[in-house]
Write a protein that binds this ligand. Structure first.
Ligand code: NAP
Length: 215
C-alpha cells in the first residue's frame, strides 16, 4: 500500500512513520508537512508545504491508498478560532482534497478520547465536529481516539509539557498498563493499527484504545 502521512514530525506521526517504514505491507510513504522529518529511507518521500493553503500541492496527493492524519495541536492556551483553524479547517481541507482525488481511499484521523460534537469542553467539541464532518466524506474514514499514548523507540512529543510527563510516566508504564491497559496504547500500536485499518478496515469507524490495541 502507498500512504500519505501528515504530522510525521510529531509524537504520534513519528511512531506511525517508524511502523510504516518497517512494515512490508507499506511500499511507499509520502510525508507532507511544514518541517523536515530528518529521516532518510528508500520508501519515504517528503513534501514541505504550508498546509493552510493546499494550492500547488494537489498534484502530489493523488494515487495513494490511505492517509494517516496525525497532525494536530494541543488546545492548551489557544483561542477557539485558532484551535479550530488547525483542527477542523486544515484537516477538512486535506480530507476534502483527498476525497476528490482518491474517492474511497482510507483516511485515519487521530482524534482524542472524549471527542464530542456536543461536548462542553472546547477541544472536545471541535474534535467531535471534525470527526462528524470527516465521516460523511466519500472516504473510508476511521477516527482513532487513543487516550493515553506511551511514546516508544525514542519518539518524543513536540509539546514540552508532555515531554516532561512522559519522562515521569515511562518507568511506570508497565505497571500502568497492567492496571489501566484498556485506556492506554503506544505509538507502536497506533502505527500498526493504522496499517491494518488501511489493509482490511475495522469493525467500527470510531476506535478507542482497546480497539486500537486489538487491531
Ligand atoms: N500525544 C497524545 O497522547 C495524544 C493522545 C490523543 C490524541 N492526540 C492527538 O494527536 C494529534 C497529534 O498529537 P502529537 O502528540 O503527535 O502532537 P505533536 O507531537 O505536538 O505533533 C504535532 C504534529 O502536527 C504538526 N502540526 C501542528 N500544527 C501544524 C500546522 N499548522 N501546519 C503543519 N503541521 C502542523 C506538527 O508539525 P511541526 O513539526 O512542523 O510542528 C507535528 O508534526 C493531536 O491532534 C492530538 O490532540 C495526542
Amino acid at each position: 500500500m502507498r500512504v500519505i502521512l501528515f504530522g510525521a514530525t510529531g509524537m504520534i506521526g513519528r511512531g506511525v512513520l517508524r511502523e510504516c517504514l518497517l512494515d512490508d505491507r507499506i511500499s511507499a510513504v509520502l510525508a507532507v508537512g511544514r518541517s523536515p522529518t530528518g529521516v532518510t529511507h528508500a520508501k519515504l518521500r517528503e513534501v514541505r508545504h504550508d498546509l493552510l493553503d493546499l494550492s500547488g500541492l494537489e498534484g502530489e496527493l493523488g494515487g495513494y491508498d490511505a492517509c494517516f492524519f496525525c497532525l494536530g495541536v494541543s488546545s492548551a492556551g489557544m483561542r477557539e478560532e485558532d484551535y479550530r483553524r488547525v483542527t477542523f479547517d486544515l484537516t477538512l481541507s486535506v480530507a476534502r482534497t483527498l476525497a476528490r482525488l482518491s474517492p474511497g481511499s482510507t483516511f485515519v484521523y487521530v482524534s482524542g478520547a472524549g471527542a464530542d460534537a456536543h461536548g462542553r469542553a472546547m477541544w472536545a467539541r471541535v474534535k467531535g465536529e471534525t470527526e462528524v464532518a470527516l465521516l460523511v466524506l466519500p472516504l473510508k474514514g476511521f477516527m482513532f481516539r487513543p487516550g493515553y499514548i506511551q511514546p516508544m523507540y525514542g519518539v518524543t512529543s513536540r509539546t514540552r509539557l508532555y515531554r516532561a510527563v512522559y519522562v515521569v510516566t515511562r518507568p511506570m508504564f508497565p505497571m500502568l498498563r497492567r492496571l489501566f491497559g484498556g485506556a492506554m496504547t503506544t505509538t507502536e500500536q497506533v502505527g500498526k493499527a493504522m496499517i491494518t485499518v488501511a489493509e482490511r478496515g475495522a469493525p467500527k469507524r470510531i476506535l478507542g484504545p482497546a480497539d486500537i490495541n486489538s487491531l
